[in-house]
Design a protein around this ligand. Structure first.
Ligand code: BTN
Length: 234
C-alpha cells in the first residue's frame, strides 16, 4: 500500500535523499517520507527545489518490483498529482512534458523520479505548493509559479492533500500503460504549441507510447526523450 510505513520529519535535507537511503536499506514498496521543510530539496536537471516551510507538501515514495511500465512512472505520477489536486480544490490541472503540473499555465507541482532499476526500486519525489503565497516565490519564479491557495482561493491542509495524493498514486501506479498514456494525453499542456529545446524549435505534437515528446520541426518529426523544453516567449 502506498503511504505505509510513513516517516515524517519537521526538517530534513531532502525527502528523496531519505527515501533513497531507506530503499537501499530494504524499505518496502509504498514507504513514504514527508517533511515540513527541506534544507537541500532537489529538482530536476540538478536544480535545487525551494518551498516555504509548512506551506508545501513535500514527499517521496519508495516503489519496488518495477516492471516495464516503470518507464512511465514520471508520467503516471503527474496524472496522479493532477487528480489529487482536483479532488481537494476547484482547479483544473494540465501537464507540461514530462511531469510539471500546471494550473492556468503556472507550475503548482514538480516531480523528481530517481531510480536504481538494477536494484529494483525507484523513489518518486513530489513537491506540491499547497498554501504558498506569491511572496514565497523568488522574483524570477513568481510569474510562473502558483499554489492551490493562489489558484483556488482556499486553504487545503497538507494532510488532506497528502491523503488525496496517496489515493491517486495507489490507483495510477498500478495502472496499465495504455490508461496512463490516455490520461496524460488528455492533460497535455504543450500540444500544438511552439516549443524550444536545447538545439531546436518546433510544434509539440503529443507524446510517444514510450513517453517521449513528439515535435514537428522544420527538419521533420522527432522525439525528445530527455532534457527540457520551453514554450516560446515564456
Ligand atoms: C522539479 O524540478 O520540478 C522537481 C521538483 C521535485 C521536488 C520534490 S520536493 C520532495 C522531493 N524531495 C526532493 O528533494 N525533491 C522532491
Amino acid at each position: 500500500m502506498i503511504g505505509a510505513p510513513r516517516v515524517h520529519h519537521s526538517t530534513v535535507d531532502s525527502t528523496n535523499e531519505r527515501a533513497r537511503a531507506l530503499a537501499a536499506a530494504g524499505a518496502p514498496h509504498g514507504t513514504v517520507v514527508t517533511a515540513l521543510e527541506q534544507t537541500a530539496g532537489r529538482g530536476r536537471h540538478g536544480r535545487t527545489w525551494v518551498a516555504p516551510a509548512g506551506r508545501a507538501l513535500l514527499l517521496s515514495v519508495v516503489v519496488r518490483d518495477l516492471t516495464e511500465e516503470a518507464a512511465l512512472l514520471p508520467l503516471a505520477t503527474a496524472v496522479a498529482v493532477c487528480e489529487a489536486c482536483e479532488a481537494v480544490a476547484p482547479v483544473a490541472c494540465a501537464i507540461k512534458w514530462p511531469n510539471d503540473v500546471w494550473i492556468e499555465g503556472r507550475k503548482v507541482a514538480g516531480i523528481l523520479v530517481e531510480g536504481r532499476p538494477q536494484e529494483g526500486w525507484a523513489v518518486i519525489g513530489i513537491g506540491l505548493n499547497t498554501e504558498a503565497g506569491p511572496e514565497d516565490f523568488p522574483d524570477d519564479l513568481r510569474p510562473f509559479a502558483t499554489s492551490l491557495l493562489m489558484a483556488a482561493g482556499m486553504a487545503v491542509p497538507g494532510e488532506a492533500a497528502l491523503a488525496a495524493l496517496l489515493r491517486s498514486l495507489e490507483a495510477r501506479l498500478g495502472d496499465d500503460s495504455a490508461s496512463v498514456l490516455e490520461a496524460w494525453r488528455a492533460r497535455d499542456a504543450l500540444e500544438g504549441r511552439t516549443v524550444r529545446w536545447s538545439d531546436g524549435e518546433g510544434t509539440a505534437a503529443g507524446i510517444s507510447d514510450g513517453g517521449a515528446l513528439v515535435v514537428e520541426a522544420a527538419e521533420g518529426r522527432r522525439e525528445l526523450d530527455a532534457g527540457e523544453v520551453h514554450l516560446l516567449g515564456v
